[in-house]
Design a protein around this ligand. Structure first.
Ligand code: 5GP
Length: 184
């Protein structure tokens, strides 16, 4: 039986046109900042959540950029240590590059702290972060993204790259699931 996944959404928090508009603004701001310092960014998407956001964002860069992807996961049971395991590394070298990490959401901040460290260890000249969403109420690590699309309340959100059990990443908006979805 076919089932439309949008039926599982209780509420849309941020719609597609708002995200598109924000991506234009973010790209313009980021480009201006990098240009001022004479830098060409290596834009690195964290798989898989960043994919729709990254695809939208990079359309609006007018200057040359390089792009790549990395996939990391936390070592099981070591949340407090916060080390990350690389599942898929970059294809390009990040040595002496100005890396711009693209993330879907900053929650506790653990992932970004570790990924930032990782790129500095790889010899990056500079590491900045752009995140589509920020959930500041949940932060346990003192880290802030350099560029943020939207601040969201402390609720579990899906869509535009964000999943629940690997589903809902393809929704073109950010929304909240119906409670029945979790209990079914
Ligand atoms: P952090 O290390 O900041 O706690 O974790 C960030 C990661 O947790 C995100 O990249 C995302 O995969 C996941 N995450 C955090 N909050 C949410 C949320 O509200 N919805 C979804 N779908 N994933 C989330």
């Amino acid at each position: 039986m076919s089932k439309e996944i949008s039926r599982d959404i209780e509420k849309i928090l941020i719609d597609e046109s708002e995200i598109e508009q924000r991506c234009k603004e973010l790209a313009a701001q980021i480009e201006k900042d990098y240009e001022k310092e004479g830098k060409t960014p290596l834009v690195v998407g964290l798989l898989k959540g960043s994919v729709p956001f990254m695809a939208e964002l990079i359309k609006y860069f007018k200057q040359p950029i390089e792009i790549d992807f990395i996939s990391v996961s936390s070592y099981e049971g070591t949340e407090s240590i916060g080390d990350v395991k690389i599942n898929k590394d970059l294809d390009l070298s990040s040595k002496n590059k100005n890396v711009l990490i693209v993330e879907d959401i900053v929650d506790t901040g653990r992932t970004l702290r570790e990924v930032k460290k990782l790129f500095y260890n790889k010899g990056a000249a500079d590491v900045k972060i752009v995140s589509l969403l920020d959930k500041p109420d949940r932060r346990v690590v003192d880290i802030a993204a350099d560029y943020i699309g939207f601040t969201v309340p402390n609720e579990f959100v899906v869509g535009y790259g964000l999943d629940y059990n690997q589903l809902y990443r393809n929704l073109p908006f950010i929304g909240i699931l119906r409670p029945e979805v979790y209990t079914d």
